[in-house]
Design a protein around this ligand. Sequence first.
Ligand code: ATP
Length: 366
Amino acid sequence: MTTTTLSIAVFEGDGIGPEIMGPTLDLLSALSQDARDYRLHFTTVPAGAAHYRDTGVDLSETGLQDAQRADAILLSAMGLPSVRYPDGTEIAPQITLRKALGLFAGVRPVRALPHLCPLRLPEGKSIDFVLIRESTEGLFYSQGNGECSADEARETLRITRAVTEPLCAFAFDLAAQRQPAAGARSGVTCVDKANVFRAFAFFRSLFDAEARRHPHIPHHHAYVDAMALWLVQRPWDFDVLVTENMFGDILSDLGAGLMGGLGVAPSADIGAHHAVFQPCHGSAPDIAGTGVANPTAMLLSAGMMLDWLGTKHGIAELNRDAKRVQLAVDAVLGDPDCLTRDLGGRATTQAVADSVADALRGTVAA
Ligand code: ATP
C-alpha cells in the first residue's frame, strides 16, 4: 500500500485553545511519523475572537477556503466573552464553518468511565450512547438575524427535509455499525417536541420514514423534557439519539456531565464531504494561561478524526491508531495522579498529555 498524505486544517482558537491544541498536534505528529500507510500535514488557520479583535475579521475567505480544501479540520475552541460582534453576540466562526461546509451531524459520543461518572451505575450497566445533534439549522437557523424591537424579540426555528433526511440516515447507519456491541440497548431514539410544535412533528415524520428503511434497527420516540429526565435516571438504556440543534446543544452538556465534565467530552461535526473535530467545551477563558486545562476532550476528538479519515479513505491503520488514542486516554484517566483540576486532580495539561503519549507507546489496538 502507498503512503497517503492527508491535510489537516488546524484552528488553535482562543483561551485554552492553543494550550490543548499544542500537545494534540505533538501526539498526532508522533503517530504520523511512525505510521506506514499515512502522513498528516498540518496547516494553521488564523480565526476566532482574538483574530477578530486584531483584524476585524473572525474567519477570512482564505481561511474558509483552507478549511474547505483540507481532508479534515481540527479545532480547539473559539470565542471570548470580552470580544463581541456589534449585535452583542460572541464570535463563533465554528458555527460559520458548520453552515458553510454543511456539517449537519454533530456527533457527541457519551462514554462514561464509572469512576468519573457522577451516577452510581447498576451492576452490569454502562453508559455508552451517541447524541447526534443537527448542527446547521433548528433554532440556530436565525442566529444573527433574530428580530428585536423595544417590546418583542423573535427567532425562527427551521427544519428542512434536505437536512433531516441525511441526518436520520446518518443516525441509523451509526446504529447499524454499533449494533454488534450495543446489545439490548441498540436502536435510535428521535428526541423532539412533536406534541407541541409542527416543526418537530415534521422532523419525527422524516425520522419514521427513515426507520422504515431499517427494519432491523429498533427505533423509539422521546420528548426532549422526558429525555432530560431519563438521561439522569437511566442513561445506560440508550444507544443513538438524534435531535434538533438547540435541544442537542443542551443535552450534549448533560452528556458531558455524565462523563465527568466538559474536559473529557469529544465531538465531531460531520457532513457529506467535510468534518470538523473539536471538544464539546468552549475556550474556558477563566483558566486560560494557567496550564491546568484538561486536554483529553481535545485528544479524544483528534482520535475521532483519525477514525473518520480511516473509514473515508479505507486506511485501517488510521482506525487502529484512533482506537489506540482512546485506549491511552482511558488508561490515563484511570490514574488519579493524571487528573486535571476539573476532575479533582492536580496534574497540568502538559503532564496529562505526556502521560497519554507514554500510554500510547504501550498500546496496540486489535
Ligand atoms: P461555549 O459557549 O463557547 O461552548 P461555555 O460557556 O460552555 O463555552 P466553556 O468555555 O466550555 O464555557 O467553560 C465552562 C466551564 O468549564 C468553565 O468553568 C471552564 O473553565 C470549564 N472547562 C471547559 N473546558 C475545560 C477544560 N478543557 N479543562 C478544564 N476545565 C474546562
